[in-house]
Design a protein around this ligand. Structure first.
Ligand code: ADP
Length: 802
């Protein structure tokens, strides 16, 4: 048996050895290894050794510092090695094959340069007693640990497995080799190298191996977890296959498959454009891979339902017969000749030009004047379907364009959902309340609307939900609104506006007798009883139960009378022959409207103006009052800037004309003027109240009453000229409704009179003015009111008596 400790060379280890500093490696005795030497000090050390007895000290350097080698950062225990041979490498390094001999301990370092020289002491292994039980136990422990490590899948050279019977010197070598092979770091290896006593060395090795076992155990746990995960998906796949098989067995899979097949067929039949079809089929494909219970499945399903609901090619056969269209429009609507003419012209142009390239019709007027029903008639005349969508209050672009599908509960916008509702690609699509769309941080809906209405680009309308460009070019869009002013200008440009200002009482009577009464009798199921409404009853409803520009409430009132009659018939079996004015309270309750809102008597400082609101024309009262002060003016009643300026201009004019108007000029200095326009909560603006405000002011300064049955409208300039105003028809109709006798209007508005029904012109005295002085002459009484006069006389006599 060979014993390294008997190695004769041990005795040849010199006292002083040149040192080679080893970077990050600890070399144990009794092995042959190549070492690569590059650093100058090490090369010098080798050269020195080669010249002497070829023996060097291999000592590990603490840390990783490659460059600076000094004795201070070397361990003090190392290995003596004999240089077997050397080879100069191409890169200048020297490769040395060495045989390590034994452990050495540095007693002291003798020199640093040109190489480190150390005085060393050979360390003999302590050996061990073959009978030592602890060694035996440690041997078994280490063996088990090594086996454990092998068991965890770490490759291990078989010659390192500790055999059952082993000589002491072999055990010594094996322990060193195990340390060299198994321990992960230079520090741990150095600990083993420095432990001379075999028993202790084995104990330490076993402790370090224990750490290693644990490390490998953790590692393998992680690996197995990862593997398990993979296993799970594989298992799921397997289970799903099984489930599919079960479903197939039960026929459920068939159901699902049949559903998807049906969807595919429907998509193919829908005659979608290529892109849309491709997209829809792709979504069906996705459906196949998703379990039907998942939310994703229902999202896709809903999307596909929308894609199928939206019409892609289905259309009604359009006809464009102008004479027939005229008949239909006349059939459904009384009067409105100008509007009907315009519509017929528009349709004729369409017929000649083919597809709708051009403007969009826009009906402007108060509620109930027949905008919607005109749209319906157009659709009927053209044999198109009709759909109506309100845009009122829309502030979000997504309402027009829809939400992206990533949002929960996403839907297409109003345009595409309207198309789905109507089901054909060529309906008449009415967009109501276009004057009431707003814009804010959520985007500007009007820009999306522009795209909808622009015939140049609406064949590629983009809805965020549908994702595929949708062709709106076959749709005939009609928009409606109450007033023109609030429609965004860009939209206004695209549209051809038609004004429907409202009806006079005679027109309303006609509409009621010819259209609304027959319609409601039919709708309430009492057509066959041929109930008649007297003209007076209708007038009474118009004047005392409804105050409107259109006929919506009138129709509603007629409907409720018809319902009451139906009830009468059911309970008594007998309908009334006629509905007359006297009976109205029975059907409609007490009157809601009291005819004139005008004052009961002529008053100083109260003038009646004619205004124009989104609900048609109306009358407004302008009140002026004076009280002692220093010439200030106060304006109340939520007046807009333009109206306020108009009030100031009026005052300036009156002050400049004080003498002519017979007003004492000191009054302007000694009194404050207050102008108020009631219905104080409703904002008012516009220049057309100019002459009304001026008249109220002139009246209060002159202390002369204004004729209560005179209404007026007109803008005023600083020099007192009267300028024309808009909405004349509505205003004059309102004057008639309110029971005025005379209306004063700007001379320049004379041309608008042709739109006003003859009956109204007959009932009202319409006076034209160029200058506000004429207004004062016509509206302000020359005399102080009788009561005022009495009071004034009483006042004077009071002065005289006291
Ligand atoms: P809008 O859309 O302007 O608010 P609608 O079209 O809904 O008004 O009209 C309200 C009702 O009045 C409808 O039943 C309509 O048929 C009827 N109507 C309005 N104007 C006329 C008219 N000139 N001739 C016949 N019926 C009319």
């Amino acid at each position: 048996m060979r014993d390294p400790f008997d190695n004769p060379r041990i005795f040849e280890i010199p006292k002083y050895l040149p040192v080679i500093a080893m970077i990050q490696s600890v070399v144990f005795p009794n092995i042959s290894i190549p070492i690569l030497v590059g650093r100058k000090k090490s090369v010098e050390a080798i050269e020195y050794a080669l010249k002497k007895d070829r023996i060097v000290a291999l000592i590990t350097q603490k840390g990783k510092n490659k460059r600076g080698v000094g004795s201070s950062n070397l361990y003090t225990m190392g290995t003596a090695a004999e240089i077997r041979n050397t080879q100069k490498q191409l890169d200048g390094n020297i490769k040395c094959n060495v045989d390590t001999i034994c452990r050495i301990k540095v007693k002291r370092f003798i020199q640093e340069k040109p190489f480190i020289l150390a005085e060393v002491e050979r360390i003999k292994s302590s050996g061990y007693d073959m009978e030592d039980e602890e060694i035996e136990e440690l041997k078994t422990l280490i063996t088990t640990q090594v086996e454990q490590i092998i068991g965890l899948g770490v490759p291990f050279p078989s010659h390192l497995i500790i055999p059952g019977i082993i000589t002491p010197s072999d055990l010594d070598k094996l322990v060193d080799m195990l340390a060299s092979y198994m321990l992960p770091s230079e520090k741990e290896k150095q600990v083993i190298l420095e432990t001379v006593d075999l028993g202790e060395r084995m104990r330490r090795l076993s402790a370090l191996l224990d750490k290693e076992v644990k490390r490998f155990q953790v590692q393998s746990k992680i690996i197995s977890k990862v593997q398990k995960k993979m296993g799970k998906t594989q298992r799921e796949y397997f289970l799903r296959q099984q489930l599919n098989a079960i479903k197939e067995e039960l026929g459920e899979e068939d159901e699902l498959r049949a559903e998807l097949k049906e969807l595919t067929e429907k998509i193919k039949k829908a005659k979608m454009p290529k892109d849309a079809e491709k997209k829809a089929l792709k979504e069906v494909k996705r459906l196949k891979t998703i379990p039907p219970a998942s939310p994703e499945y229902s999202y896709i399903r809903t999307y596909l339902d929308w894609m199928l609901d939206v019409p892609w090619s289905k259309k009604t056969r359009e006809k464009l017969d102008i004479p027939e269209a005229k008949i239909i429009l006349d059939e459904d609507h009384y009067d409105l000749d100008k509007v009907k003419e315009h519509i017929l012209d528009y349709l004729a142009v369409r017929k000649l030009k083919g597809k709708a390239r051009g403007t969009i019709l826009c009906f402007i007027g108060p509620p109930g004047v027949g905008k919607t029903s005109l749209g319906q008639s157009i659709a009927r005349a053209l044999n198109r379907k009709f759909i109506r969508m309100s845009l009122g209050g829309i502030r979000d672009e997504a309402e027009i364009r829809g939400h992206r599908r990533t949002y929960v509960g996403a839907m297409p916008g109003r345009i595409v959902s309207g198309m789905a509702q109507v089901g054909t690609i060529n309906p008449v699509f009415m967009l109501d309340e276009i004057d009431k769309i707003g814009a804010d941080f959520r985007g500007d809906p009007s820009s999306a609307l522009l795209e909808v209405l622009d015939p140049e680009q609406n064949n590629q309308f983009r809805d965020h939900y549908i994702e595929i460009p949708y062709d709106l070019s076959n749709v005939m869009f009609i928009t409606t609104g109450n007033i023109l002013d609030t429609i965004p200008p860009a939209l206004k440009d695209r549209m051809e506006t038609l004004n429907l200002p409202g009806y006079s009482r005679e027109e309303k009577l006609h509409i009621a007798q010819k259209f609304l009464v027959p319609k409601q009798l039919k709708e309430q199921g009492i057509e066959k009883y041929k109930v008649k409404f007297s003209d007076n009853a209708i007038y009474e409803i118009i004047e005392r139960y409804t105050a409107e520009a259109g006929v919506r409430n009138l129709e509603r009132s007629i409907a409720s009378i018809c319902r009451k009659i139906a009830r009468e018939i059911v309970s008594n079996g007998e309908p009334p022959k006629r509905v007359i004015a006297r009976n109205l309270e029975k059907y409609l309750g007490v009157p809601k409207i009291f005819p004139s809102e005008i004052e009961k008597k002529d008053m100083v400082g109260i003038a009646t103006g004619l205004a124009w609101t989104s609900y048609g024309g109306d009358i407004i009262l302008v009140e002026a009052t004076l009280y002692p002060g220093d010439g200030k003016i106060t304006l109340t009643g939520k007046l807009g800037d333009v109206m306020q300026e108009s009030a100031k201009a009026s005052l300036s004019y009156i002050r400049s004309r004080a003498k002519k108007l017979k007003i004492e000029s000191k009054k302007f200095k000694e009194y404050d003027l207050h102008i108020h326009i009631p219905a104080g909560a409703i904002p008012k603006d516009g220049p057309s109240a100019g002459i009304t405000i001026a008249t109220a002011m002139a009246s209060i300064f002159k202390n002369r009453p204004i004729k209560r049955d005179v209404g007026m409208t007109g803008e005023i300039t600083l020099r007192g000229r009267v300028l024309p105003v808009g909405g004349l028809k509505s205003k004059i109709l309102a004057a008639q409704r309110a029971g005025l006798k005379k209306v004063i209007i700007p001379e320049k508005n004379k041309k608008d009179l042709k739109d006003i029904p003859k009956s109204v012109k007959k009932a009202l005295d319409i006076l034209f003015v160029k200058n506000v002085d004429e207004v004062f002459d016509m509206a302000i009484k020359k005399e102080i009111a009788v009561e005022e006069k009495k009071k004034e006389i009483a006042e004077r006599t009071k002065y005289i008596t006291t």
